[in-house]
Ligand binder design. Structure first.
Ligand SMILES: Cc1cc2nc3c(=O)[nH]c(=O)nc-3n(C[C@H](O)[C@H](O)[C@H](O)COP(=O)(O)OP(=O)(O)OC[C@H]3O[C@@H](n4cnc5c(N)ncnc54)[C@H](O)[C@@H]3O)c2cc1C
Length: 424
């Protein structure tokens, strides 16, 4: 073994990119990050990009620039599989924008590998979702939805018939998107001082469970429900969607909801590629099972973090949920633990610290629970706490000096009202 072991990180999202920056800053490892796209977008803001309530230009960072800045290598490509015996990762042939293959299949050697390929929205096999619904798995999804939203709003203004958006799923993504769309509606009003009769947009959230945000805290749920109501957003519970058709959502009870656009935000599974990567142990949500050092159960030199990983803490019955908060804590842990392991140490186990849950409902404020204790925060304090996760991410990725400059630039930009982004 040399001091410059090759570490391959697959996926440059919330977890993978933070890990690449953390590992490379030590200078003792040869770190390569692989992603299918050339720029990093912080996924927890996708609903704001979709609604157009924030400008993506401040939130997108080129992997190529970051690699030079932070001292890792970046390899753009689509991960196909991990050849565990040969200690290499295979990337598919690379195609250009015209879908013509321009570079053949490639193989990247490694001594240690970290899978951080994230997750995708689960449609649970519901007919019509793939054909007729949007989801929020990446930047391209948010852009496609925003373009259609703008067209719907212009049509609504021209015809006087409100556009109808149905959101399936009442978790953080569904409720936050609904609130941001209500906020975005303001940009299309023809006059100031409009009232509810002028509505250009009807928003309905459908939830299969008897209450919104299933599994969430009861007090938080009540707060969110009150705020959605104040925003004029309809919430229907016990509404299990059985099919999505062109212009229509059907539920198992036979109810139908006309829709100009449907956003499917009803759950998450591991990225489809995970099950074909190698012979990993998988959980029932398609995620790779890892031990308390984030090592895959079949190979101690291959790790998994974030939405791609299934980690059940010793005192828990179920695996940790897919959140950026967890992906980031795992990345920070592994940046230390992996370096220690490479140099012959025995790192301590990963310990997750629940910092709480915050829901940002645009004009209706931010509400949430801090820590694992049962108290609700709201107002400016909650808004600041909500932003803290992204601020931490910017600091980790850009370093203290550039991170501070980026944060100040971000703060100087209005992200509400007239700053609405109306194009791709
Ligand atoms: C709208 C929305 C709001 C959210 N809000 C919050 C929040 O407020 N708080 C919170 O904690 N969490 C939130 N989340 C969840 C959070 O975004 C995810 O849990 C987190 O991004 C997971 O990080 P990750 O690194 O595991 O994966 P990701 O961030 O999804 O990154 C995966 C990376 O892998 C790349 N990739 C995928 N497949 C391949 C392949 N085959 N080859 C090469 N590259 C590939 C992708 O391009 C991507 O860069 C939100 C999610 C959404 C969608």
């Amino acid at each position: 073994m040399t001091d410059r072991q090759r570490v391959l990180i697959l996926g440059g999202g919330s977890g993978g990119l933070e890990l690449a920056c953390g590992l490379a800053s030590g200078g003792r490892l040869d770190v390569t990050l692989v992603d299918r796209v050339g720029a990093h977008v912080w996924k927890p803001r996708l609903h704001e990009f979709a609604a157009g309530t924030v400008d993506t230009s401040l939130s997108e960072i080129s992997f190529y620039t970051l690699a030079a800045l932070r001292g890792f290598r970046f390899e753009q490509g689509d991960v196909a599989r991990i050849d565990r015996a040969g200690r290499r990762v295979v990337l598919r042939a690379f195609s250009d924008v015209k879908h013509e293959a321009v570079a053949p299949e490639r193989a990247l050697p490694f001594e240690r590998c970290v899978v951080a390929l994230g997750g995708v929205t689960a449609d649970f096999g519901t007919p019509g979702v793939k054909e007729h619904a949007y989801s929020l798995d990446g930047r391209a999804d948010a852009d496609a939805f925003r373009q259609s939203f703008v067209a719907m709003m212009l049509k609504a203004r021209a015809t006087g018939e409100p556009a109808r958006i149905v959101i399936v799923g009442s978790g953080a993504t569904g409720t936050e998107l609904a609130a941001n769309l209500r906020e975005a509606e303001h940009a299309f009003f023809e006059r100031k001082g409009h009232d509810d009769r002028d509505r250009l947009l009807r928003i309905t959230i459908l939830e299969a469970a008897p209450e919104i945000m299933p599994g969430g805290d009861a007090k938080l749920r009540t707060q969110v429900l009150q705020r959605l109501d104040a925003l004029g957003i309809d919430v229907v519970t016990n509404a299990k969607v059985s099919a999505v058709e062109a212009g229509l959502v059907r539920t198992a009870s036979g109810a139908t909801y006309p829709a100009d656009a449907v956003m499917w935000a009803a759950g998450l599974t591991g990225a489809p590629v995970l099950k074909d990567l190698a012979d990993f142990e998988m959980d029932r949500k398609g995620r790779i099972v890892v031990d308390d050092r984030l090592r895959t159960t079949v190979d101690p030199l291959v790790y998994a973090i974030g939405d791609a990983a299934s980690l059940t803490p010793a005192d828990a019955k179920a695996p940790l949920p897919p959140t950026a908060q967890i992906a980031s804590q795992e990345a920070r842990y592994l940046a230390k633990a992996l370096s220690e392991a490479v140099h012959g140490g025995e790192p301590a186990a990963f310990a997750y610290r629940n910092k709480g849950q915050l829901i940002s409902l645009a004009g209706a404020g931010t509400v949430g629970i801090l820590g694992s204790r049962d108290f609700i925060v709201n107002g400016r304090f909650a808004k600041a706490a909500y932003s803290a996760l992204e601020r931490e991410h910017q600091w980790t990725v850009l370093g203290p000096v550039r991170g501070t400059v980026a944060i100040l630039a971000d703060l100087a930009m209005p992200t509400r009202g007239p700053a609405l982004k109306l194009h791709g």
